[in-house]
Design a protein around this ligand. Structure first.
Ligand code: E4P
Length: 222
């Protein structure tokens, strides 16, 4: 499973990319707002320059032809851009048109297996089931990821599943076990994934023992 960062904060993206474990980024209007990036084009181009991989940028239009026009414009900003389009009838129509033009799409706000199937049939490069938002309303977010992965596998449809709306490290573990192609994660979840108290304690103990060894004059042959 690959990991994308779910943020428009370029500081976080730089830090994540430095670790060598992040291969893409997903953004949405809320994330751009949180990062204070009203300069949409500049923000997406800056993110693309940092990440050597797919960067999802969302259309704001709601009518199919306007979505397609917007998508054509956004996709001209960088070869890394993937157009994020919500699962609506207009969205499916736009995805279908864009896939014939080889413009990559990420069908977002996916909350059911049927929506994922329709996105895949329309030619979406990625579909993004929103795990955390389903959990928030008492439904099984990861259950949806499992259903979509199974369903697409049955027909070897090439659409990749992005487990989105990830809230904590266990979401990542489960997504990987289920065979999601990608999980898009907030920066804080990436940091939580790195840390383990026994790693911290282990490093401290090795340091202390090395200091003791040095005190005995045996620390010079490292
Ligand atoms: C996915 O691409 C979305 O940007 C994101 O995962 C939404 O997550 P949220 O439910 O935390 O807003």
């Amino acid at each position: 499973m690959r990991l994308f960062l779910d943020t428009a904060d370029v500081g976080q993206i730089r830090e994540g990319v430095k670790l060598g474990v992040i291969s893409g980024v997903t953004t949405n209007p809320s994330l751009l707002y949180q990062a204070g990036r009203a300069d949409y084009k500049a923000a997406i181009m800056e993110i693309c320059s940092i990440v050597n991989g797919p960067v999802s940028a969302e259309v704001l239009s709601q009518e199919a032809q306007s979505m397609v026009d917007e998508a054509r414009e956004i996709s001209s900003w960088s070869p890394h851009v993937v157009i994020k389009i919500p699962c609506t009838a207009s969205g499916l129509e736009a995805i279908s048109t864009l896939s014939k033009e080889n413009i990559k799409t990420n069908m977002t706000l996916c909350f059911s297996p049927n929506q994922a199937l329709l996105g895949a049939l329309a030619g979406a490069t990625y579909v993004s089931p929103f795990v955390g938002r389903l959990d928030d309303v008492g439904q099984d977010g990861m259950g949806l990821v499992a259903e979509i992965v199974d369903l697409l596998d049955n027909y070897t449809l090439p659409t990749q599943v992005i487990a989105a709306s990830i809230r904590h490290p266990m979401h990542c573990v489960v997504a990987a076990k289920l065979g999601a192609h990608i999980a898009t994660i907030p920066y804080n979840v990436l940091i939580q994934m790195i840390k383990h108290p026994l790693t911290t304690v282990g490093i401290a103990r090795f340091q202390e023992d090395w200091q003791r060894l040095s005190g005995q004059g045996r620390g010079d042959k490292r």
